[in-house]
Design a protein around this ligand. Structure first.
Ligand code: PLP
Length: 417
């Protein structure tokens, strides 16, 4: 399959499971496997004979998904987990040990940092937090006791970038592994393994599924590393269900089409937002105004569906904006076919202290959008109306009534396909 383009590999790798002549892939909803002899059972348990033993750690449908995502990330092998957090916990279990440290960028998914600090900290792991864009901070933090350098680039929601090859060089010089959480960009826009990362992971329920249907996680890398991770999965038991693996397997077939369109719409919305008077700043790596534009161009083939911006002067302005949206959903998830808006300071980043939020740049007026597959003209109209509402302060003429009754998910009149 190596001679085919990624678009082809996304629909062909991992297809051939034994199901007679069916064109689709079966869902192997089973826990146990039959062996032809006692000797074969012994061989499979010892690993000398390839094949399934028990669905806690291998299953044909899960394996098909693992092969397909490994092909897209350009990795040798992959291990699927029940969720993104299970994948992160698995990586931590596999490589962290008492007396070592993990160097992690500050703007990672909140529960990731919480896991390192709260749960692995208890076992004597030191957590060193750095600004992802500051290579001097990575350099100062990484030392001979570092086992893992962990980064999510671009950061969510502010879209700052780490120079992945530079961080990889520092990690490797210290004998550490570089782990990149590639959930936001997907392999369509960024290939961390080709940039020097050792492991790349996804919260698969975001863009990989892309339709808000299931949880999942996956880690891709060299076979020797994924082999170690599969050992952890066998112990942890946070296994991806075959049903969810099948959903993800089918989702990968449309990944490129979906995220390309979402990214184009996000670019359009981000550029348009920059021209709106109520909007103070827009954060998206595709903008000419992005401070790391040059790095974004070489490291990313596209910039994804996340757009953040600051609206008005205070929290109430951001909340009025969100409440006045009628097409865009209010949801903290990301990577769905449907666009969503979030107020990070009071939701995803609500656990941080005010000082921590300020240090992270998560202000009260910040809104995050995850752009979906609606027509960009319809999104623009909805956002435009909500911006007008945000600028209308209460108590004055024309104050917005309570959130308008949400229209059912029918296409607005006149919407183009
Ligand atoms: C959601 C998310 C996670 C956690 O994944 P779950 O599947 O929710 O456990 C990790 N990293 C990023 C970037 C995420 O967006």
């Amino acid at each position: 399959m190596h001679h085919f383009r990624d678009t082809t590999r996304a629909v062909r790798v991992g297809q051939h499971m034994d199901l007679g002549d069916a064109h689709g892939e079966p869902i192997a909803l089973n826990s146990a496997y039959v062996f032809r002899s006692a000797a074969e059972a012994a061989g499979r348990f010892s690993g000398a004979v390839p094949g399934n033993v028990y669905s806690r750690f291998t299953n044909p449908t899960v394996h098909a998904f693992e092969q397909r995502i490994a092909a897209l990330e350009g990795g040798e092998s992959a291990v699927a987990f029940a969720s993104g957090m299970a994948a992160i916990a698995g990586i931590a279990q596999a490589w962290l040990a008492s007396g070592c440290n993990v160097v992690c960028s500050r703007d990672v998914f909140g529960t990731t940092l919480h896991a390192f600090r709260q749960y692995f900290g208890r076992f004597g792991v030191e957590v060193r937090v750095v600004d992802l864009a500051r290579i001097d901070e990575w350099q100062a933090a990484i030392d001979a006791r570092t086992r893992l350098a962990f980064v999510e680039s671009p950061s969510n929601p502010l879209q700052q970038l780490a120079d992945i090859p530079a961080v990889a060089r520092l990690a490797h010089a210290a004998g550490a592994l570089l782990v990149v959480d590639n959930t936001l960009l997907t392999p369509v826009f960024q290939r961390p393994l080709s940039l020097g990362a050792d492991l790349v992971l996804h919260s698969a329920g975001k863009f990989l599924d892309g339709q808000g249907r299931c949880m999942g996680g996956v880690v891709i890398g060299r076979a020797e590393l994924t082999h170690a991770l599969r050992g952890v999965l066998r112990m942890l038991g946070a296994s991806l269900s075959p049903m969810n693996a099948w959903l993800l397997l089918k989702s990968l077939e449309t990944l490129e089409l979906r995220v390309q369109r979402q990214s184009e719409s996000a670019q359009f919305i981000a550029e348009w937002l920059e021209s709106r008077p109520a909007v103070r700043r827009v954060f998206h790596a595709g903008l000419a105004s992005h401070p790391q534009r040059a790095l974004a161009k070489v490291q990313q083939a596209g910039h994804g569906a996340i757009v953040a911006f600051e609206v008005g002067r205070e929290r109430a302005d951001a909340w009025r904006f969100i409440d006045a949206l009628s097409l865009v959903s209010i949801a903290t998830h990301l990577g769905d076919t449907r666009s969503m808006a979030t107020h990070p300071a009071t939701t995803t980043h609500g656990r941080l202290s005010e000082a921590e939020r300020e240090a992270a740049g998560i202000g009260d007026t910040l809104v995050r959008l995850s752009i979906g597959l609606e027509h960009p003209d319809d999104l623009m109209r909805d956002i435009d109306r909500a911006l007008s509402a945000a600028s209308r302060r209460p108590g004055r003429r024309g104050a917005l009534p309570e959130r308008e009754a949400r229209r059912p998910a029918a296409l607005p009149a006149g919407a183009r396909p």
